[in-house]
Design a protein around this ligand. Structure first.
Ligand SMILES: [Cu+2]
Length: 361
């Protein structure tokens, strides 16, 4: 991208701008005139029922439901499938199939070796499944035509398996035609925390996704967490010097490769998140095929706004780009307020790891 901001960390100076004869007020995050064209208006997150900014930090830990015979926690999750219409860019609506009324679905998180019970109910109009990446028996693989197979509208099924191995995984529907069920929105993050833990960090869940709005077998809108350009409008607040950890998943249908590039910084990368040591060190771009995922860690070095985006220019221009806003401790409350966030979001971003309720008992 040649559109990197050259401004200082201070807020951009508003520039008068019109479309037709309508005067527009620049919004936070607009720092370049060419970007302004793509940022007219805003998505109504309350109408969607989910906010990509909250999705960064919202984890579903399920509810504890006793222990296995050998003393491991049992976690129960409730997931329903349904049909909803979502706004994926200002004024652009998409008829989605969704888990728990959101795209991506709930970010399921647990500790290594927890025993998981996922109660799945299909309230949609098509057969669906939940296919988890991870070790499990074939009966729990959630593939249409195999074992229990597709869960028809009005039916339910409980997927049950141990959380293994630790890492940054995903789940998605595995009903036919697969590419349709996936691109309609049936996927979510599945993060298993290692028993050894990871270093404290500000953590974010990012799913790289895309939407074929005219059903021609190609995508028209690309994003992280569904809404194109959302993090251009609302830069993600982080603090200079702190460890930032991103759980990154690529679920984009139709395009072979997606990528993540961070401006002005280098990061360590843990491929699939299944190791405690980085599998790549000091890189600023990684690529993921569909279904690939991994964990990125970096420390913001200087204050300012830093872009992150697909290093596939087409994807970036069609929505898959955003900003981190790195600020000092003192400036952090203002950075939160600027994008409509509060202390609760700050707390959640710093406390993402699965609680260990049973420790010491
Ligand atoms: Cu499906």
């Amino acid at each position: 991208m040649s559109a990197s901001p050259t401004s200082t960390p201070t807020a951009p100076t508003p520039v008068p701008h019109t479309v037709g004869d309508q005067a527009l007020t620049p919004m936070p995050g607009m720092t370049h005139s060419s970007m302004r064209e793509m940022l007219v208006g805003a998505v109504d997150h309350s109408q969607n029922g989910f906010d990509p900014m909250q999705m960064l930090v919202d984890w579903d830990y399920g509810t504890l439901a006793g222990e296995t015979q050998d003393g491991r926690p049992i976690r129960k999750y409730g997931v329903s499938a349904g049909d909803i219409e979502i706004e994926i860019a200002p004024g652009i609506f998409f008829p989605a199939w969704a888990y728990n009324g959101r795209v991506p679905g709930p970010s399921i998180r647990c500790n290594e070796n927890d025993h998981l019970r996922i109660d799945f109910a299909n309230f949609g109009t098509h057969p669906h499944t939940m296919h988890f990446h991870g070790f499990h028996r074939a009966e729990m693989d959630g593939v249409e035509g195999e074992y229990r197979g597709a869960i028809n509208p009005g039916e339910s099924f409980t997927y049950e398996f141990d959380a293994d191995p630790f890492g940054c995984h995903l789940y998605h529907c595995h009903a036919a035609p697969l590419k349709r069920h996936i691109h309609k929105g049936m996927y979510g993050a599945f993060v298993i925390d290692p028993l050894a833990g990871r270093a404290p960090a500000r953590e974010f869940m990012m799913i790289m996704n895309a939407f074929d709005t005219n059903f021609d077998g190609g995508n028209e809108v690309y994003a992280v967490n569904t809404v194109g350009h959302e993090f251009m409008r609302r830069p993600i607040p982080i603090k200079v010097g702190e460890l930032v950890r991103i759980y990154l998943v690529n679920i984009v249908e139709f395009d072979l490769i997606n990528s993540f590039h961070l401006h002005a910084h280098f990061f360590n990368y843990y491929d699939t998140g299944t190791t405690l040591e980085p599998t790549l060190r000091m890189v600023d771009t990684i690529m993921q095929a569909q279904g690939q995922r991994g964990i990125l860690e970096f420390r913001p070095r200087y204050p300012g706004r830093y872009m992150f985006h697909a290093h596939v220019s087409e994807f970036a221009e069609l929505g898959w780009m955003g900003f981190f806003n790195a600020v000092s401790e003192a400036d952090y409350p203002a950075a939160l307020a600027e994008v409509g966030l509060d202390e609760e979001w700050d707390f959640k971003s710093l406390n993402g790891a699965t609680p260990r309720e049973t420790e010491g008992s």
